[in-house]
Design a protein around this ligand. Structure first.
Ligand code: HEM
Length: 505
C-alpha cells in the first residue's frame, strides 16, 4: 500500500515522517522551490504536503489561479494569517504583515495614505536618486569585480532607513578599505532574523520553541538579532521624539509634511488612533512605532534589492533585451528639451520619463514573474471550505501559495513559461497588458495587495535605467540557470558577481 501510494504521491512519503525528509534535503540542497514546482506540475496545481504524522504540520500547497482568486477575493473573509504566522514572524511584532481584523484595517488605511501620496512618492524618488549619485555610482566607477547583490542589498537598507527613519546607517559606505565591504551589526541582524523565519517555517513549532527556551541554535540568533534591532529602532524613535520636544515642527503645512520620513509622519499625523479588540492603538507609542518601522524596512529592503539583482542578471543573459532597453532610454533622453540635456545626468530619468519606458517596465514585470522576491506566502482557513480545484480545506488548515511556481505552469503562462520574454507583457498597441493578480501574484492579491507596488516599480526602473545606461555588466559565472536561496526572500544563492565597465555613448 505504501509503495502504491508513493507511486502517485507528488513528493516521496516516508513512514511516520511524511514528506519532511525530502523537504529538508531540498532545503539544504537549495532545490526547495524546484521540488514544489515539480510537485505542483504533476498534480495540476494543488497538493497536500504531509508533515510528520505525530504533529500537525500538513500544508495545502497551491498555485492554481482559481484557488487563489477564491481565497484572496471571493471568500477572503474565511482566510487569515493565523496564529502560526504571527509566531513564525515574531520579529515583526504587531506590524501590518502580522495582524488581521481591526488592527490590520487601521494600519492599512494609515499606510495607504502615506505611501501612495504623490508628494511622498516624489520624496522617495529624490532620496533614491541622491543616494545613487552619491554612493552607488562612485562605488561602481571604482570597482572592477563586484558582488552586485551584496551592494544592492546594502544600498537598499540605507535607502529604506532614510525613507523610513530619516537616518543613513551607511551600510554601504562610499569609502572602505581592503576591497571588502565592512560589517554592520544592524544590517546583519536583519539577515539573521530572516533566516530564523525560514527555519521556523520548516521545523515543528514545539522544536523551535524549545530551542528558544534553551537559547541555542537558530533561536539564539533570533534572540541576539532582535536585541540589536530593538536597540537600533528604539534609539532612533527616542531621538526623533526628543527632536520634537525641543523644536517646533516646521511641517505643519501638508506639502512639507509629506516630504519627510515616515517616522516623522507617524508622529505628526492628526488622524484618530485605531481600535483593536476594544483597546485603543496609540500610533505614537514606542512599541507601535518600532513594529511599524521594522515592517516597512523589511518590506522595502530585500524585495527591491532582490528584484534589481535578478533584473541585472536576466538582462546580462539576454543581450537583445539589453539592446532594446538602451534604445528606449536613448529615445527618451533624445526627446529632452535642450536646456535639460546634461551629459553627466545620463540614465537618471525623471518620473514622467520613466513612465515612457514601456519595454523596461515589461522587463521588470517579466523578472518579477520568474523571480518573485517573496517566493511563497501562507494563510490559514477560519472554517472548512471547498476550493474550486475540488480540494477540501479543514478548519485551521494552513495553505501555502507557491508564487515562484505560478510562473512555471504551462496552463497559466503557456508553453514558453520558462523563457524570459518581456514581450509577453506588451499589447499590440504597445502598452503594458493588465494581468490579474491571481495570475501575477508577486505583489499578492486582493485586499492585502502590496502597498509599495507603484513605488517599487518606479525605484527599480529608476535604478535599472541609470545603471544599465552607464555600465556594462559582464557576469563572471555564465550559468544560464542561477541557484536561488530558499528563504523568505528569493536571492541568488551565490551572489551576482560581475565585471563592471563604463559605456561610451
Ligand atoms: C519588488 C518589491 C516588492 C514586492 C515584490 C513586494 C511584495 C509584497 C508581498 C508579497 C506582500 C504580502 C505580504 C504578506 O501579506 O505577508 C506585500 C505586502 C506589503 N508590502 Fe510589499 N513588496 C515590495 C515592495 C514594497 C515596498 C517598497 C513597500 C513600502 C515601503 C511595501 C509595503 C508593503 C506593505 C505595507 C504590505 C502589507 C499589506 C497588507 O498586509 O495589507 N512593499 N508586499
Amino acid at each position: 500500500h505504501w509503495l502504491l501510494r508513493n507511486k502517485h504521491s507528488p513528493v516521496y512519503q516516508w513512514p511516520l515522517l511524511g514528506m519532511l525528509p525530502d523537504l529538508l534535503f531540498s532545503f539544504y540542497n537549495s532545490t526547495l522551490h524546484d521540488l514544489h514546482t515539480r510537485a505542483l506540475r504533476r498534480t495540476g496545481g494543488t497538493f497536500l504536503l504531509k508533515g510528520p504524522s505525530f504533529i500537525n504540520a500538513d500544508f495545502m500547497v497551491t498555485c492554481d489561479p482559481a484557488n487563489i482568486n477564491h481565497i484572496f477575493n471571493k471568500n477572503a473573509a474565511n482566510y487569515e494569517k493565523g496564529r502560526d504566522f504571527k509566531a513564525i514572524m515574531e520579529a515583526l511584532g504587531d506590524g501590518i504583515f502580522n495582524v488581521d481584523g481591526e488592527s490590520w484595517k487601521f494600519q492599512r488605511k494609515l499606510l495607504h495614505s502615506l505611501l501612495n501620496n504623490p508628494e511622498f512618492e516624489c520624496h522617495a524618488m529624490h532620496i533614491l536618486t541622491e543616494k545613487t549619485r552619491s554612493t552607488l555610482l562612485p562605488i561602481l566607477d571604482r570597482a572592477e569585480l563586484v558582488d552586485l547583490q551584496d551592494v544592492f542589498k546594502r544600498f537598499m537598507f540605507d535607502n529604506m532607513c532614510l525613507l523610513v527613519l530619516g537616518f543613513d546607517p551607511q551600510y554601504l559606505p562610499v569609502e572602505y578599505e581592503g576591497g571588502r565591504l565592512p560589517e554592520n551589526a544592524c544590517g546583519e541582524a536583519f539577515d539573521e532574523l530572516e533566516d530564523v523565519a525560514t527555519y521556523r517555517h520548516m521545523v515543528p513549532i514545539c522544536m523551535w520553541r524549545l530551542q528558544n527556551r534553551l537559547r541555542i541554535g537558530m533561536e539564539w540568533k533570533f534572540i541576539r538579532g532582535s536585541r540589536t534591532i530593538d536597540q537600533f529602532l528604539y534609539g532612533r524613535i527616542k531621538m526623533k521624539k526628543q527632536e520634537f520636544a525641543t523644536k517646533h515642527y516646521v511641517g505643519n503645512d501638508e506639502q512639507t509634511k509629506n516630504k519627510t520620513d515616515l517616522l516623522t509622519q507617524f508622529l505628526v499625523m492628526k488622524d484618530e488612533d485605531g481600535r483593536c479588540d476594544g483597546k485603543i492603538i496609540d500610533k505614537t507609542s514606542d512599541k507601535f512605532l518600532r513594529d511599524s518601522m521594522f515592517t516597512l524596512l523589511v518590506a522595502g529592503r530585500d524585495t527591491i534589492s532582490a528584484g534589481l539583482t535578478w533584473l541585472i542578471w536576466c538582462v546580462a543573459n539576454h543581450p537583445t533585451v539589453e539592446k532594446r532597453i538602451l534604445e528606449e532610454i536613448r529615445q527618451v533622453i533624445a526627446a529632452r528639451p535642450p536646456e535639460q540635456v546634461n551629459g553627466d545626468e545620463g540614465g537618471f530619468l525623471r518620473s514622467n520619463e520613466l513612465n515612457k519606458l514601456v519595454y523596461l517596465h515589461a522587463t521588470v514585470c517579466e523578472t518579477l514573474r520568474l523571480y518573485p522576491p517573496v517566493p511563497y506566502e501562507h494563510k490559514c482557513a477560519v472554517e472548512s471550505d471547498v476550493l474550486p480545484s475540488g480540494h477540501t480545506v479543514c478548519k485551521e488548515e494552513r495553505i501555502l501559495f507557491y508564487i515562484y511556481a505560478i510562473a512555471r505552469m504551462e496552463d497559466i503562462w503557456g508553453k514558453d513559461c520558462m523563457e524570459f520574454k518581456p514581450e509577453r507583457w506588451i499589447s499590440e498597441r504597445g502598452t503594458i497588458l493588465h494581468v490579474p493578480s491571481y495570475k501575477f501574484m508577486t505583489f499578492l492579491a486582493g485586499a492585502r495587495t502590496c502597498l509599495g507596488k507603484t513605488m517599487s516599480f518606479m525605484q527599480i526602473k529608476s535604478m535599472a535605467s541609470a545603471l544599465l545606461w552607464k555600465y556594462k555588466f559582464e557576469l563572471t559565472d555564465n550559468n544560464p540557470s542561477a541557484r536561488t536561496t530558499v528563504g523568505m526572500v528569493l536571492y541568488m544563492k551565490d551572489g551576482l558577481k560581475a565585471r563592471v565597465s563604463r559605456r561610451d555613448h
